[in-house]
Write a protein that binds this ligand. Structure first.
Ligand SMILES: Cc1cc2nc3c(=O)[nH]c(=O)nc-3n(C[C@H](O)[C@H](O)[C@H](O)COP(=O)(O)OP(=O)(O)OC[C@H]3O[C@@H](n4cnc5c(N)ncnc54)[C@H](O)[C@@H]3O)c2cc1C
Length: 466
């Protein structure tokens, strides 16, 4: 069989991988992308509905190809002449850019987009049988899973409540639109990260003027980007890198904080944090398992608040909403929710005190992606049952080799099965945003173009799924 790569998922990662395969691939390579969406590349983040929401990474870091860092900027300037590398454009505009780049290398004779979902993969002698939700299947020599952000943890479902309440929104995507009758309704958003920020601004843009609450364990808002970011002297960047590359988690944290203090305000913490981000893979991989666990349990909310920052104009709007009380941040552990007379009564533990309850009309889940929820999606569930995949020990994704080749239940790499994106988080912590994902896509494209998969031996299957 000629080489046929099937990419499952056509969001940012799937589309970027396709782009690199087509740009560099030979004409005998066939590629099929399976994704139910109409447009490739947009995925969840850059959908056409995201016209009001801004990117949370400046233009200068959003090019599809890390080796051509100005590509997005050049594209954007043809449409918005005042754009600079430090501008934050609407997410829908970025989706348009990815689509245009992908369709610019499209060749009908070797690429197809099937608007469907993959429900199962079965290893065969010559490769993989890929089963689609409508019952058809296709054969592939290699399969890449680019399934995107896992769904969110569902607080209502967890409390045993039916999740079909008309004013419970299990996800903030696409942004929740309230009917005109609910313009003054009280709204609680569970989560205080960037999803909450987008949702709050979307409600206000719709003319909503009721009280808004946002709750999370630490009540931390994302910090705001500063632009332009000062370029650190290389000696300082090297000192940061070496200070955080060994020791326990808390020793590394202390070393970093002390360097930030010593460096003083001239070198913003944001610029110094960038060094951490650029070295995140090394940092993550040099932490022993126990320390990674500690990071997830104790430091993650602080990492997220510093790492996933708001565009400056967004930060300004949110901070002023918090200041004037239009958006109230609550610090508490979500315990329970029940309904009374159609409203939600949310109970939270705040410090050592008795739990407190708050009654609201609308509840929006903004808790962010949770990989345990992904393991309930049919494809991941089946792969784990088949023994072709196994969750990573911290529950962040699926186990894989550094190059994305999946690892089976015996701990062996699975021939011809790769993944890219969020599911790699267990081994590559920074697997969530464009600057890192585009590199994963580029490297995987190079690997696929170099390596013809040595099929012939039937890959190991523990429990065939009927
Ligand atoms: C709201 C939001 C805003 C963001 N903003 C930014 C930003 O400004 N800058 C930044 O760098 N990062 C941002 N991110 C991070 C973002 O997740 C990544 O940039 C990137 O979009 C992830 O791409 P992906 O392909 O992994 O996932 P997605 O783009 O979500 O694509 C996954 C695709 O897989 C498909 N799929 C899933 N399962 C199957 C199946 N079984 N069969 C077939 N298809 C399937 C889905 O339909 C989907 O189209 C944002 C994320 C979100 C959620």
């Amino acid at each position: 069989m000629n080489r046929h790569v099937v990419i499952v998922g056509g969001g940012f990662c799937g589309a970027t991988l396709l782009f690199h395969l087509l740009r560099r691939g030979d004409r005998s390579l066939r590629v099929t992308v399976v994704d139910p969406s109409l447009e490739l590349g947009r995925g969840l983040a850059y959908a056409a509905w995201a016209q009001q929401s801004l990117l949370n990474v400046p233009c200068g870091d959003m090019s599809l190809d890390a080796a051509e860092p100005d590509d997005f900027l050049v594209w954007a300037r043809l449409r918005f002449p005042n754009v600079t590398p430090h501008s934050f454009l609407p997410r829908a505009v970025y989706g348009q850019y990815i689509m245009e780049r992908v369709y610019s290398v499209w060749r009908d004779e070797c690429v197809a987009h099937l608007r469907d979902s993959v429900t199962m993969l079965r290893p065969e002698l010559a490769g993989w049988q890929v089963t689609l939700s409508r019952g058809h299947s296709l054969m592939a020599t290699e399969v890449v899973l680019a399934l995107g952000n896992p769904p969110m943890f569902d607080p209502l479902g967890q409390c045993g409540l039916p999740t079909n309440h008309p004013y419970y929104f299990p996800t903030p995507w696409p942004c929740v639109a309230l009917p005109i009758t609910h313009r003054n309704a009280s709204v609680m958003m569970i989560g205080t990260g960037l999803s909450m920020v987008d949702q709050y601004l979307a409600l206000r843009a719709q003319g909503h003027s009721g009280p808004c609450y946002a709750v999370s364990r630490h009540g931390l808002l994302p910090h705001t980007h500063i632009t332009p970011l000062p370029i650190l002297p290389s000696e300082l960047a090297m000192r940061i890198r070496s200070a955080v590359s060994q020791g326990t988690l808390y020793q590394r944290l202390r070393a970093f904080r002390s360097l930030v203090r010593q460096a003083g305000p001239a070198w913003s913490w944001q610029a110094q944090f960038k060094v951490l981000r650029e070295n995140a893979t090394m940092l993550w991989q040099t932490l022993p398992h126990k320390e990674r666990h500690r990071f997830i349990r104790h430091l993650r909310p602080y990492w997220d608040a510093h790492r996933h920052r708001m565009a400056p104009e967004v930060g300004e709007a949110i901070l002023s909403a918090v200041q004037d009380g239009a958006l109230q941040l609550l610090r508490g552990r979500f315990l329970h929710v029940h309904t009374a007379s159609g409203r939600f009564v949310v109970t939270m533990a705040v410090g050592p005190d008795e739990p407190t309850s708050l009654e609201v009309d609308v509840l929006i889940n903004c808790t962010g992606p949770c990989y345990q929820a992904a393991l309930r999606r049919p494809l991941e569930q089946t792969l784990v049952q088949q023994g072709l995949a196994q969750p990573d020990v911290l529950g962040l994704g699926l186990q894989c080799m550094p190059d994305g080749q999946m690892i089976d239940v015996r701990g062996q790499p699975v021939i011809g099965l790769h993944m890219i994106g969020h599911a790699r988080r267990g081994s590559i912590w920074e697997s969530t945003s464009v600057p890192e994902l585009r590199v994963q896509a580029q490297q995987l494209a190079s690997l696929l173009l170099r390596v013809a998969t040595p099929h012939g031996a039937k890959p190991f299957v523990t429990q065939p799924v009927r």
